[in-house]
Ligand binder design. Structure first.
Ligand code: ADE
Length: 247
């Protein structure tokens, strides 16, 4: 997948060179083409922004540097503008974007970009959450990281995707590693039972329980099978008994 990013501070995306995204770049699964809007200034002072006509505080990124940069991008694919006014990103959107060959991301800064750029080029305006960042570069990093996990070959272990939170509209459950007893806190018996069926059932029940506890909004939308309901009930009962034992 090729992703073009237009930004005032493209260096902020450097962290994509580490971990899963870094490996994807090395393996040519992902190609990131960063375009520095400061390379297309309005004047000899190097300005790329200007005062808003509304008279509001702050500055707006001029349409001129963005359109100059956009004209140099060959295969734009879908064009996304990252801003707090966009539709909130979720896993479904991430998976949809991961099917594309080309993507172009415009990062805003200051009071945003001139609306005529949005009208001319942008297919979708996306926000990464209901809070305001100083610029779209960190949002672009988040968006690209979430997309890359879904590109074929990007994750060493394909199963991590299906085990991920949100893969089934539910959260991933608890994780444990050695030692079996850490300062008196033990790994659940089922996980060390050596019985695959028991482990599988524990994982289902624990994931449902975690979802119910942490995200009741997600939980209430789940359509549980009869087996899942029974597994969750048994798990909840065991939790209650555990807590009784503690007290
Ligand atoms: N730019 C500033 N805040 C943002 C947000 N929440 N999402 C995407 N881009 C942004």
């Amino acid at each position: 997948m090729k992703i073009n990013v237009l930004a005032v501070f493209p260096q902020i995306l450097d962290s994509l060179h580490y971990g899963v995204t870094g490996t994807a770049i090395e393996k040519n699964i992902l190609e990131i083409h960063r375009i520095d809007l400061k390379d297309y200034p309005l004047n000899s002072y190097g300005s790329i922004d200007d005062k808003p006509f509304s008279g509001s505080e702050g500055m707006v990124i001029s349409p001129i540097p963005i359109s100059k940069a956009m004209n140099l991008v060959k295969n734009k694919g879908k064009v996304i503008y990252l801003s707090p006014q966009g539709k909130t990103l979720n896993q479904k959107k991430v998976e949809e974007l991961a099917t594309l060959n080309d993507l172009t991301i415009i990062c805003g800064r200051y009071e945003g970009i001139d609306q005529r750029i949005v009208d001319e080029y942008v297919d979708e305006e996306i926000s990464i959450g209901d809070y305001v960042l100083s610029g779209g570069e960190i949002a672009a990093t988040v968006l690209i990281d979430s997309i890359v996990r879904n590109l074929p070959g990007a994750l060493g272990n394909k199963k991590s995707l299906t085990n991920d939170s949100f893969s089934d509209d539910r959260l991933k459950g608890h994780s444990y590693t050695r030692p079996r007893d850490f300062e008196g806190r033990k790994v659940p018996d089922e996980l060390v039972s050596g019985n695959h069926e028991l482990v599988k059932e524990w994982k289902i029940a624990n994931s449902l329980w975690v979802t119910k506890q942490k995200r009741p909004d997600l939980f209430s939308n789940l359509q549980l099978s009869e087996k899942e309901m029974i597994l969750l009930q048994k798990y909840e009962l065991a939790q209650k008994n555990l807590r009784k034992g503690d007290g």
